[in-house]
Design a protein around this ligand. Structure first.
Ligand SMILES: Nc1ncnc2c1ncn2[C@@H]1O[C@H](COP(=O)(O)OP(=O)(O)OP(=O)(O)O)[C@@H](O)[C@H]1O
Ligand SMILES: [Mg+2]
Length: 496
């Protein structure tokens, strides 16, 4: 039988990097092939080539034994390939149903026939065992559901090969479980899937084989059954990776952040807690239980009621005010709030601090030399690849964009760091590094409020864990008390 997809010596060069260097791989019908590698290794680039979004400089491809040279995603869709991108590509003001039919060629019978589309989508959802409200606007859906829409959209177009680029980065553990169940069933029916993830545990759980790429080249392909977390990490990074965070017990000092009865609509119903200098307080909870509102209230992005003090002073009501008082923020969504994609690294490196010394220069213009020096320090210290300060943020891989944000927020020497999903999308080596930096900053007196959907991250870093459910804090645990089971129950709202 022909293979689902064969790539032979695919090469793609960008001005500063050889992103894909003669990559060959194959995908069998009936399997999930995982694609792993460091940030910037070339995974998304390769998948964009397969999906017809950009042409390779050289190399050949076959789909189901037939030569395949896509000029656009339309060719990919015709060949039965669907892709769920690292960053969603849905049209937000449109409904789910409209997004499903969007982009199908006019004249195709489904183009205007929304009722037929509804029947097909409903049948698909039944077969897949998941539900999405077809008449809801995409912008009103939580990310987990938006992603289902992306998958549904690919299947609606009858994809037999599904490419998922970091599909679980924004999912809760439960949603990820459901996705995996779906994927296994999808390939069991004779389809095939390529799954990109930095969460090696998930890779081990869902894939049949793993192809590792490093610096644009294939390092090797292994059977999932015959490998391990450590072995994969080593193949990816080229050295041993310490997967456990090493830290001494916290020595909390003065209260840096104090909130009492903090409420912010729609979902934050009143929380009270303190974060002291020198401690990491983790907020665990299923996404959508008020964490976003909490983070936005604390960083001046959302109005709130109740008491909030930063270093004993009332929390300002603007993002700039909060920043100027010494609070840093790693936002949940780096593409919306963390970076200006068309700005250079240099400009992004000082974003939010450009009005203050040392970056405020003559007549209030940006002091270019100070900004450049700062950006240089950032890309070196945080191993941003490629090491350019002039390139626009858009041209960096997802994980490298995240490193730019985390580096900027820590290097400014804050008193408080509110970090939401700080390692979302970064590779194992970079997670190790960011975790070490967070602990180091804590030891130097930083107060950290960590919000993460990744339980293992919460457990590894936190000195105290607060569990949120229904907009309130329903429990506080030490990391020793916090087994995954206890946390899971609290997160589900079981407090007995
Ligand atoms: N449009 C572009 N212009 C210039 N360079 C690019 C462009 N797109 C990607 N690159 C570069 O190509 C390399 C590979 O990027 P790619 O996005 O494929 O990495 P990745 O393996 O998906 O990483 P991540 O895990 O961080 O998502 C990176 O060095 C990136 O900066
Ligand atoms: Mg990528």
């Amino acid at each position: 039988m022909a293979k689902a997809l064969v790539l032979k010596e695919i090469t793609k060069r960008f001005p500063l990097v050889l992103a894909n260097d003669r990559i060959s791989l194959d995908l069998e019908w009936g399997e999930v092939l995982a694609l792993v590698g460091e940030n910037g290794a070339g995974k998304s680039t390769l998948m964009k080539i397969v999906y017809g979004l950009q042409p390779p400089d050289a190399g050949e491809m076959w789909v189901d034994g037939k030569p395949y040279r896509p000029q656009s995603p339309l060719d990919a869709i015709r060949a039965g390939i669907g892709m769920v991108h690292q960053h969603f590509m849905l049209v937000e003001p449109f409904t789910v149903l409209e997004n499903l039919v969007l982009g199908l060629e006019p004249g195709s019978p489904l183009f205007l026939d929304l009722e037929a589309a509804r029947r097909k989508a409903t049948a698909l959802m039944e077969a897949l065992g998941f539900e999405v409200p077809l008449d809801e606007r995409v912008e009103n859906l939580p990310v987990g559901l938006q992603q289902r829409v992306e998958i549904l959209k690919a299947l609606y177009r009858e994809a037999r090969i599904l490419i998922l680029d970091e599909p679980t980065a924004v999912l809760t553990p439960q949603e990820a479980e459901e996705l995996f169940r779906f994927l296994r069933e999808y390939v069991a029916r004779g389809n095939a899937a390529i799954f990109i993830s930095h969460k090696l545990k998930e890779v081990l759980a869902v894939s049949d084989r793993v192809t590792v790429i490093r610096d644009g080249k294939v390092v090797g392909t292994v059977r999932t059954r015959e490998t391990s977390l450590e072995a994969l990490a080593r193949m990816m990074v080229g050295r041993e990776v310490v997967l456990r965070v090493e830290k001494t017990p916290a020595r909390p000092g003065e209260v840096v952040l104090e909130v009492e009865g903090l409420e912010a609509p729609p979902r934050l119903k009143g929380v009270s807690f303190q974060v002291r200098s020198g401690e990491i307080v983790g907020i665990a909870g299923v996404e959508g239980n008020g964490q976003t509102e909490l983070v936005e209230a604390l960083t001046g992005l959302r109005p709130f009621r109740g008491k909030a003090l930063l270093l004993g002073r009332p929390l300002p009501a603007s993002a700039r005010g909060v920043r100027d008082l010494g609070a840093s923020h790693v936002p949940e969504d780096r593409l919306v709030r963390g970076l200006v994609l068309d700005f250079s690294v240099k400009e992004n490196a000082v974003l939010g601090d450009q009005h203050r010394p040392p970056f405020r220069g003559f007549l209030g213009f940006l002091d270019d030399r100070a900004a450049e020096a700062h950006a240089r320090t950032l890309v070196e210290a945080y191993d941003v690849r490629p090491r350019s300060t002039a390139l626009s943020a858009r041209r960096f891989s997802g994980g490298n964009q995240q490193k730019i944000v985390v580096g900027r927020e820590l290097l400014r020497g804050p008193r408080l760091l509110v970090a939401a999903q700080p390692t979302r999308g970064v590779d194992v080596g970079a997670i190790e590094f960011i975790h070490k930096e967070l602990v180091k900053a804590r030891d130097q007196g930083l107060a950290v409020l960590l919000v993460s959907a990744d339980l293992s991250e919460i457990l590894a870093l936190s000195d105290r864990i607060l569990v949120m459910h229904g907009g309130r804090i329903v429990g506080e645990l030490t990391p020793e008390e916090a087994t995954e089971e206890r946390l899971g129950l609290l997160m589900a709202g079981v407090t007995a």
